[in-house]
Write a protein that binds this ligand. Structure first.
Ligand code: ZN
Length: 55
């Protein structure tokens, strides 16, 4: 897995969350949880993005 400098802006609380600090949760909607994870804001818990983690 490669390093990433990605960060995400939370729409709910305005926080900028670095990829490494985002909370990972299971996806909703039947996506394979070994391949897809949902990143959530560590401050307010809002969903930031669903990312592919299969590799
Ligand atoms: Zn937030």
């Amino acid at each position: 897995m490669t390093e990433t400098d990605d960060s995400f802006d939370c729409d709910s609380c305005g926080e900028t969350v670095p990829f490494d600090e985002a909370r990972r949760t299971k996806t909703v909607g039947g996506l394979d949880p070994t391949k897809w994870q949902t990143l959530c804001c560590p401050s307010c818990g809002s969903r930031l993005k669903t990312v592919f983690v299969g590799e």
